[in-house]
Ligand binder design. Structure first.
Ligand code: GAR
Length: 240
């Protein structure tokens, strides 16, 4: 039997994927323990789900942090001591070369302030894998490099509501529906420096009928997500 791995989880909302992972851990259908659930959003249902399962929780309120950066500006002393904008700019693949340098710098700096707070929480746990379960914030190289500390060893997994590389971004099922696709799906992949571009671990597809509404697609998709995510976590556990 595989030893149990410790996973950390990050969420932004309802946490139905988190629930599927909690259930899989409790039923021993995956060899994993959840050591924490963090959210960028206070008061969400996913935090309740974690607390009910006896999991440590914390919140890093991204909206407040970004609002305060916009209101007060960002000074050098606000940034993490080990933050180097030139280095992050050279690694990041979130913004194309034509993007406004000011907006790009503001985005990367304000996210690094939030990410430092996340890291301060996360890195105090003994964690083999970080699982993004409906976490709706992109992670910058500042954060990624401090979790992926071994070369070529991915430690951050994400679930995306579309069959990547189609429909990256924040509304995978909405984009699938709007395009008129006859097949939809979900993807579990590792996080790299781009948005939804990292190596694919697993995918599941479902048929879309002409009569299906967006809600039907979301329902079919989530049911596939709840099967797929625990399977991919187990695959990771067995690979160690
Ligand atoms: C899921 O559909 C997940 O694929 C999506 O958010 C939803 C979260 O639902 N994630 C993304 O779009 C990530 N970019 P949940 O909170 O009920 O698990």
């Amino acid at each position: 039997m595989t030893d149990k791995i410790n996973i950390g989880t990050l969420i932004s909302g309802g946490g139905t994927n988190l629930q599927a992972i909690i259930d899989a851990c409790l039923e021993n259908s995956i060899d994993a323990n959840i050591v924490f659930t963090g959210s960028d959003n206070p008061g969400v249902k996913g935090l309740e789900r974690a607390q009910k399962a006896g999991i440590d929780t914390f919140v890093v309120d991204y909206s407040n942090i970004v609002k305060s950066c916009k209101k007060n500006g960002i000074k050098d002393r606000d940034l993490p001591e080990d933050f180097n904008l030139e280095e992050i700019l050279s690694k990041q693949k979130l913004f194309a070369s034509g993007a406004s340098p000011e907006q790009t710098a503001f985005f990367l700096q304000s996210r690094a302030i939030a990410e430092k707070q996340l890291l301060d929480k996360i890195l105090s746990y003994d964690m083999d894998l970080l699982v993004l379960a409906g976490f709706m914030r992109v992670l910058t190289p500042y954060f990624i490099d401090r979790v992926n500390t071994e070369p070529k060893c991915y430690k951050i997994m994400n679930i995306h509501p579309a069959l990547l590389p189609s429909f990256p971004g924040t509304d995978g099922y909405g984009d699938t529906f709007a395009y008129g696709c006859k097949i939809g799906g979900c993807t579990v992949h590792y996080i790299d420096y781009g948005e939804d571009t990292g190596p694919i671990i697993g995918q599941k597809a479902f048929e879309i009928k002409d009569s299906d509404t967006l809600d039907d697609i979301k329902k079919k998709g989530l049911e596939k997500e709840w099967e797929l995510y625990p399977q991919c976590i187990q695959q990771f556990a067995e690979s160690l």
